[in-house]
Design a protein around this ligand. Structure first.
Ligand code: AMP
Length: 279
């Protein structure tokens, strides 16, 4: 596995591959890798000649009171994991080389970023799309891989790719879960043992919503009950919504395809999860 820190160098290496006619699958991450990330890597390996993974804790996507400084950084461990997965390129730039003090451009997707996490994390998606656009320009992959775990983020990136004519294929991979249903996340490691136990309720409630809507129960009643339950089990409920999978607009009645999404705090840890619902 080639480990590359310089943006110029990754651009050159990727250009070389493309000239040789090799296809590149790209998996952007913030590190502290788990099975969720590895499912993306695995899919990328199956569908491309070469796989590039980036690890970059993106300062632009964290708000001033968020956990940028505390976000887990375990690069040595991550590197060993990616080597074992036979990843070809690991791109792990220093923050100043990617978004240094003179950096002054922003990529902003409107509409899709206005609800859900966008309401509670002002500037978050702008930070994500700015850096992801930059990574796409460096790697120019044939296909990019994102997890349904961050459903809104995936939709926002897909919109950016469509609007700005990025011509990589976009692949959405299913959420990987722990045995008790908790969606895998780098942030799970900051939960206390008691909070870790409680965290299983988030997915339980989301799956319950899916079950009830599949049994034709009325959406407003299902949502109200679920909100009450999630607010009771967690320390702070930010949102629990049932939305249209494309527009992310909240729904008042059931339709064939929906997504139920939640964000809440357990202690100081903010967790998000969602389930995709097909009636
Ligand atoms: P992150 O390192 O949290 O920025 O995540 C990098 C990529 O991995 C994003 O596309 C996430 O959606 C994806 N991802 C994170 N957790 C999971 C999971 N449990 N299952 C599937 N994909 C995931």
């Amino acid at each position: 596995m080639k480990i590359i820190r310089s943006p110029k160098k990754i651009q050159e290496e990727m250009e070389k591959l493309r000239r040789q006619g090799e296809t590149i699958g790209f998996v952007p991450t913030m590190g502290a890798l788990h099975e969720g990330h590895l499912s993306l890597v695995c899919r990328a390996s199956k569908e491309n000649d070469r796989v590039a993974v980036s690890i970059f804790v993106n300062p632009l996507q964290f708000g001033p009171r968020e956990d940028y400084k505390k976000y887990p950084r375990v690069v040595t461990r991550d590197t060993a994991i990616l080597k074992k997965e036979k990843v070809d390129y690991l791109f792990c730039p220093a923050s100043i080389d990617l978004v240094g003090s003179r950096f002054s451009t922003r990529v902003k997707v409107s509409k899709l970023t206005e609800h859900l996490c966008g309401r509670y994390r002002p500037g978050h998606f702008e930070g994500v799309t700015t850096v992801v656009a930059k990574l796409f320009n460096l790697v120019k992959p044939h296909r990019v891989y994102f997890g349904a775990k961050d459903y809104q983020q995936a939709m926002v990136i897909r919109q950016m790719m469509e609007d700005l004519d990025f011509d990589s294929g976009f692949v959405l991979c299913p959420t990987v879960r722990e045995k008790d249903g908790l969606a895998m996340s780098s942030r799970n490691r900051s939960l206390s043992p008691a909070d870790r136990k409680r965290a299983a309720m988030i997915s339980k409630i989301l799956f319950q919503i899916r079950g009830e809507l599949c049994k034709n129960k009325k959406l407003p009643g299902v949502l109200q009950k679920a909100r009450k339950a999630l607010a009771a089990y967690t320390d702070r409920l930010q949102y629990l919504e049932i939305v249209d999978p494309k527009t992310l607009a909240p729904l008042r009645k059931s339709q064939p395809r929906m997504v139920a999404l939640a964000a809440c705090f357990l202690g100081k840890t903010r967790l998000i999860d969602n389930v995709i619902i097909h009636l």
